[in-house]
Design a protein around this ligand. Structure first.
Ligand code: CA
Length: 103
C-alpha cells in the first residue's frame, strides 16, 4: 500500500501495488495516468509503460421529495427535492418531476 503523489517515484520489490487514498484526499473524478518502469537484477532499465485510469462516479443519487401533506383546493403548492443527494464524488444537477395522477 502506498500513497501516491504526482511525479514522485515509489520503489518496491513486489510486482503489485495498491493505490491507497484517504477519504479526506480522494483522487478527483477524471482521467489519471500512472507509469511503470522496471529494472532487472543487472540494473538495466525499461522504458516506461503508461496506463490511464478513469475515476468515475458510479453510484446512483438518491431522490428525496418533500411536499405539504394537505393543500387547499385551487391553490398552488411547492414540491421540494433539495434534500436529494449524491454519493460517489458527484452531485445532483437535474430534477425530473412527474405527476402520477389521482389515487
Ligand atoms: Ca453519484
Amino acid at each position: 500500500m502506498a500513497e501516491f503523489a504526482i511525479n514522485t517515484d515509489i520503489v518496491t520489490n513486489e510486482p503489485t501495488i495498491e493505490v491507497t487514498l484517504s477519504a479526506a484526499a480522494p483522487l478527483p473524478l477524471g482521467r489519471h495516468r500512472f507509469r511503470l518502469i522496471v529494472l532487472d537484477d543487472a540494473g538495466n532499465k525499461s522504458v516506461g509503460d503508461e496506463v490511464e485510469v478513469l475515476v468515475a462516479d458510479q453510484e446512483n443519487p438518491t431522490a428525496v421529495l418533500a411536499a405539504p401533506k394537505i393543500v387547499s383546493f385551487g391553490k398552488s403548492f411547492p414540491l421540494d427535492g433539495s434534500r436529494s443527494f449524491d454519493v460517489g464524488g458527484g452531485k445532483v444537477t437535474q430534477y425530473v418531476w412527474t405527476y402520477l395522477g389521482l389515487l
